[in-house]
Design a protein around this ligand. Structure first.
Ligand SMILES: *Cc1c(COP(=O)(O)O)cnc(C)c1O
Length: 382
C-alpha cells in the first residue's frame, strides 16, 4: 500500500474555471456584479427556486448581511446551536444581539427542534438553523415555531448547497439563507458565498446593504438617475474573477454532488460492520432529506479513542480531523452569548467526532486505504 499523503481536502477543478476567468478579463470588467456574477445569480435562482440570490465574498459576509436585514437591536436574542462555526454567532454579535444556544440532536447533530420553544423569550427575534454536514434541520417544525412566535428563520446553509428537505433546497426554506463557496465546501471559488432571499420584502434592502449602503444597483439598472448613500451597508460583493470561477463549478454542481455521494456511500457501506460491533456511530440521514455528501464523519467512543485514531491515520499519511469546539465553551462565546440550558449532547459529541477526507479527486485506492486503516485500528484495539 502506498504511503502517499492523503490530505483532508483538495480543491476540485472542473476545467472551465480558467476559460471563464479569461473571458471575464476580455469583457473588460473585473469588479463585482458583471456578467459572471449575474449568471451565478440566475443559476441559483433557477436551481434553488429563489426570488433572490446575491453573491458575497464569503458565507460570513452573507450571515452579516442577514443580521443587518433582521433589524436587530442590542440585547435581542437569536437562537442557534453551539455546535457550529464561529461566523454563525459572530454575525449577530456584531449587531449587538445575543446568541442563545440550544442543544443538538444526537442523530443529525442539528439543532434539536424540540428544545427551541423553551429557549424563546420576549427578546427573541430569529432562529438560525445550521444544516450540519449538508443534512437538513427539521424545518417544518422550526418554521411552525417561528410562525407562531413571529420570528425570522435565517438558515446557515454554508454546507448545504445542493441538498434538499422534502424536495426544497436548503437555503430556500426560511426567510433568508447563507451559502459558502469556500474551498473546503462542495462548490467552490476559494473564498465566496451567497445570500439567498426567500421573502420579497428583503430584496431591495439586501442589494443596498451589499453595495455599501447605496442604491447603486438601481442606478445601474436605470431605475434612478443618480446613486447615493441610503442605508447602512458594507462591501459584500465578490469580484468577477471569483464569480467566473464559481460559474464553472455551478455548471458542474450535479456531477460534483454525484461524485461526492458515491464516496460518501462507499464509506457508509464499508464502515457498517464497525457500527454493528459498536466501535463507531455513522451519520444519520432522516427521511425527506436528500443530502450533498458535504462531509463524512464518525462518532467514536470518547476523546481518547478519537485522538488515537487521528494519530493512527496520520502515521499512515491520512489527514482526518475533528470539528467544532462548541461556541459556548469558547472564550468569546462565554463573553457574548448564553446557553439556554445544559448542552449535554453538544459537549458529548464534540469530543467524539472525526471527519474523513472527502473530495472529488479522492481515488478508489485512497478510499480503500482509509477504510482499511480505520478497520485495522479497531481490530488492534479490540
Ligand atoms: C464554512 C462555514 C461558514 C463560513 O463560511 P465562509 O465562506 O468561510 O465565511 C459558516 N457557517 C458554517 C456552518 C460553515 O460550515
Amino acid at each position: 500500500m502506498s504511503n502517499a499523503h492523503i490530505p483532508f481536502n483538495f480543491p476540485h477543478l472542473t476545467g472551465g474555471e480558467i476559460i471563464n476567468i479569461e473571458k471575464a478579463h476580455q469583457l473588460g470588467r473585473l469588479a463585482g456584479d458583471g456578467f459572471f456574477t449575474k449568471e451565478c445569480h440566475q443559476w441559483m435562482k433557477r436551481q434553488f427556486d429563489l426570488p433572490g440570490a446575491l453573491l458575497t465574498h464569503s458565507c460570513t459576509a452573507a450571515l452579516e448581511m442577514m443580521a443587518i436585514l433582521a433589524d436587530l437591536e442590542p440585547g435581542d436574542e437569536v437562537i442557534m446551536p453551539s455546535y457550529t462555526f464561529v461566523s454563525t454567532a459572530n454575525a449577530f454579535v456584531l449587531r449587538g444581539a445575543i446568541p442563545v444556544f440550544v442543544d443538538v440532536r444526537p442523530d443529525t447533530l442539528n439543532i434539536d427542534e424540540t428544545l427551541i420553544q423553551k429557549a424563546i423569550s420576549s427578546k427573541t427575534k430569529a432562529i438560525v438553523p445550521v444544516h450540519y454536514a449538508g443534512i437538513a434541520c427539521e424545518m417544518d417544525v422550526i418554521n411552525q415555531i417561528a410562525k407562531d412566535h413571529h420570528l425570522l428563520v435565517l438558515e446557515d446553509a454554508a454546507q448545504g448547497v445542493m441538498s434538499t428537505y422534502k424536495g426544497r433546497s436548503l437555503g430556500a426554506l426560511g426567510h433568508l439563507g447563507a451559502y459558502s463557496f469556500h474551498e473546503t465546501k462542495n462548490i467552490i471559488c476559494g473564498e465566496g458565498g451567497a445570500l439567498t432571499i426567500n421573502d420579497d420584502r428583503f430584496l431591495e434592502r439586501a442589494e443596498i446593504i451589499r453595495e455599501k449602503g447605496t442604491n447603486r444597483s438601481k442606478f445601474f439598472r436605470g431605475d434612478v438617475d443618480k446613486y447615493s448613500w441610503v442605508d447602512v451597508g458594507s462591501s459584500y460583493l465578490p469580484g468577477e474573477i471569483s464569480a467566473a470561477f464559481l460559474l464553472a463549478q455551478l455548471d458542474q454542481a450535479e456531477q460534483i454532488t454525484d461524485k461526492r455521494l458515491m464516496i460518501w456511500g462507499h464509506y457508509h457501506e464499508a464502515l457498517q460492520e464497525l457500527e454493528e460491533s459498536h466501535h463507531i456511530i455513522r451519520p444519520t440521514v432522516p427521511e425527506g432529506c436528500e443530502h450533498n455528501a458535504h462531509m463524512y464523519y464518525l462518532l467514536v467512543k470518547d476523546l481518547g479513542v478519537r485522538t488515537a485514531l487521528i494519530e493512527y491515520l496520520r502515521e499512515r499519511g491520512i489527514m482526518a480531523v475533528f470539528h467544532y469546539v462548541p461556541l459556548h465553551t469558547s472564550e468569546a462565546g462565554k463573553r457574548f452569548s448564553k446557553a439556554s440550558e445544559k448542552l449535554s449532547v453538544t459537549e458529548n459529541i464534540a469530543d467524539r467526532l472525526i471527519r474523513l477526507p472527502l473530495y472529488c479527486d479522492l481515488s478508489q485506492e485512497q478510499i480503500q486505504k482509509i477504510i482499511t486503516s480505520i478497520k485495522q485500528f479497531f481490530v488492534k484495539k479490540a
